[in-house]
Design a protein around this ligand. Structure first.
Ligand code: F6R
Length: 364
């Protein structure tokens, strides 16, 4: 059942190129992007003036990535909120608000409650889920399926990638409808998005640098994940994976916040894991790495292939193929999944069934 892999988590990590391909299949119809399941007319879509992405845990992190894309491409204000907060406050919702509920299982209690609440208040609700006919699918106005297929490991990997790809499609669609991106630009971006399947395959084909970095951090008590922009969202997911399966305390911070507190944690050998891919904020991330290094941190950097300079600022470099910043979550998340798993395995943890966690959280 594990297909020759030692655990389901590793098997599922290796399924990710297929998930990307399946999630994108059939979306480019006659040269234009289409998501029929959304069940909104172009006119209705065009009226959307506010987006909330509502989710929990890893699915919430997919939302953080989506915010960058929805605001960046479609220029629609987008907020991301954990469902257990959203449902107990009084968010501003109008008939032109779009609520996107993201849930692998499709049955997370807080996310469902948030959907119900948003609909009562008049929002349109799209569900993004991995489970056919699940409550999230049934109770939303429209639904996109992530095509990850059944995910068995408790820690979410392939369904996260499916969520990120689905949300990227949604952002492209909104930008297309709003006229912020021309059809040919959307087509071009779609093709680049499809290329990430092959890039993820390449990452999976040689994981030696990831294992080496993991060995250097295995005895740590705590770790800090940092990045800026997209990298900051990716860091959140990297830290969550590590704490879930290895029980090592990990926190994510926007790198620019380091000197406002977390830098006090750093002493000799403290692991700082940085998303330092080429992006508009690359130089800023580098200066944060210098500050960490100067205080003795062991720096692990996820960096872009061909970037030799990074070696001056990091003890361990994990290279990944070059992609545009908008797609960096798809590639950069993969080494962080493998990094978390490698540490958990070294520490003798059950990576598929971490203590205290359940695959679906149907009570609040
Ligand atoms: C993390 C993880 C959890 C879930 C969260 C939401 O690896 O699995 O954080 O992401 O419980 O679950 P869904 O997406 O099913 O609503």
């Amino acid at each position: 059942e594990k297909g020759g892999y030692p655990d389901f988590m590793l098997k599922e990590i290796h399924e990710q190129p297929r998930v990307i391909r399946d999630t994108l299949a059939g979306r480019l119809v006659g040269g234009a992007l289409s998501i029929d399941e959304l069940d909104l007319t172009v006119e209705e879509l065009n009226l959307i003036d506010r987006v909330y992405v509502i989710a929990c845990g890893t699915s919430y992190h997919a939302g953080l990535i989506a915010k960058n894309l929805i605001e960046g491409w479609a220029r629609i204000p987008c907020e991301v909120e954990v469902a257990s907060e959203f449902r107990y406050r009084n968010p501003i919702i109008t008939p032109t608000t779009l609520v996107v509920a993201v849930s692998q299982s499709g049955e997370t209690a807080d996310t469902l409650a948030a959907i119900r609440d948003a609909r009562v208040k008049g929002a349109r609700v799209f569900g993004i889920t991995n489970v056919l006919g699940s409550p999230v699918a049934r109770e939303s106005d429209g639904v996109i399926y992530t095509k990850a297929n059944k995910e068995i490991a408790v820690a979410s990997t392939k369904s996260f990638l499916g969520q990120v790809v689905s949300l990227t499609l949604l952002a492209l669609l909104l930008a297309q409808v709003k006229g912020k991106l021309k059809t040919n630009q959307v087509r071009f971006l779609f093709r680049e998005l499809a290329d990430t399947a092959e890039q993820v395959e390449r990452i999976l084909s040689d994981t030696s640098a990831i294992k080496e970095a993991a060995r250097a951090c295995v005895d740590a008590k705590s770790a800090l994940f940092v990045g800026r922009g997209m990298g900051s969202a990716i860091a959140c997911e990297g830290a969550l994976k590590l704490k879930e399966i290895s029980y090592l305390h990990a926190e994510a911070y926007p790198a620019g916040e380091m000197k406002h507190g977390p830098i006090a944690l750093i002493d000799e050998g403290f692991p700082v894991i940085a998303v330092a891919t080429k992006s508009p904020v690359y130089d800023k991330v580098i200066s944060n790495l210098q500050e960490s290094r100067a205080r003795g941190a062991t720096v692990v950097a996820v960096a872009t292939e061909g970037d030799e300079e990074i070696r001056k600022y990091a003890d361990h470099v994990i290279y990944i193929p070059k992609v545009r910043d908008a797609f960096s979550a798809i590639t950069a998340s993969v080494p962080l999944q493998l990094f978390a798993r490698a540490i958990a395995v070294e520490r003798g943890c059950d990576v598929d069934q971490p203590r205290n966690l359940a695959k679906s959280v149907t009570v609040e």
